[in-house]
Design a protein around this ligand. Structure first.
Ligand code: AMP
Length: 218
């Protein structure tokens, strides 16, 4: 199955992509995860990436396209991937389309996770992650056993810089300006299925599983 998860920051794309990739044996490609990892580099590239993310801005299309296309050249993942956080602009979408067409890799579905603004803000500003292993927590509904400490590896829980309220509002604005247009783009191509990103993780997973079943994808 070849899938794109589309939706605003905080829709739960990463969470669903993780569950789906494990249960359906798909490769989860998250451009956000790739950039967070690359931003740790102690050189100029690392600094530039950190800057874009801290300001809630998008990384330039040429950089993003190059990274994703390079990954998709791997034949082992060409028929079983979930793209999470990519494409995010029309230029990225057309670049992906071109690559898929040239390599005869047909996309199966684009799932749009429609999510209300209040849910996005609550989820992102309340999210905490483990600074060591990256595990996710939330100040209201995913509490660690010991305050501020990761259950899995004992690392300290921190707030992502881009989850601070001001940056979250900026990310929502950038999404509305640069990414939301992709909903119509994929709707017109007949790929789009809309689900609610406001739902609980397990409930939404069940809905997606049913949807893939109905469409004959699993
Ligand atoms: P995410 O975890 O998907 O919200 O991504 C975190 C940050 O990485 C974003 O706010 C952007 O700065 C950058 N980023 C991730 N994916 C893309 C993309 N497809 N295009 C441009 N920037 C991206």
């Amino acid at each position: 199955m070849r899938l794109i998860l589309l939706g605003p920051p905080g829709a739960g794309k990463g969470t669903q992509a993780k569950v789906l990739s494990q249960k359906l044996n798909l490769v989860h490609l998250s451009t956000g995860d790739i950039f967070r990892e690359s931003a740790k580099r102690p050189d100029e590239i690392g600094q530039r990436l950190t800057g874009y993310m801290q300001r809630g801005q998008l990384v330039p299309d040429e950089i993003v396209n190059q990274i994703v296309i390079e990954k998709l050249k791997d034949k082992r993942i060409q028929n079983r991937f979930i793209l999470d956080g990519y494409p995010r602009t029309k230029t990225q979408a057309t670049s992906l389309d071109e690559f898929l067409a040239i390599n005869k890799i047909p996309l199966d579905m684009v799932v749009y996770m429609q999510t209300s603004e209040q849910v996005i803000i609550d989820r992102l500003t309340g999210r905490r992650i483990c600074g060591k292993c990256g595990a996710n927590y939330h100040i209201k509904n995913i509490l660690p056993k010991k305050d501020g400490i990761c259950d899995i590896c004992g690392g300290r829980l921190i707030q992502r810089d881009d989850d601070k309220k001001e940056t979250v509002l900026k990310r929502i604005k950038v999404y509305n300006q640069q990414t939301a247009g992709l909903i119509d783009y994929y709707k017109n191509k007949g790929f789009l299925h809309t689900v609610s990103g406001d739902l609980e993780v397990d409930r939404l997973y069940k809905i997606l599983h049913e949807l893939f079943n109905e469409e004959g994808l699993i």
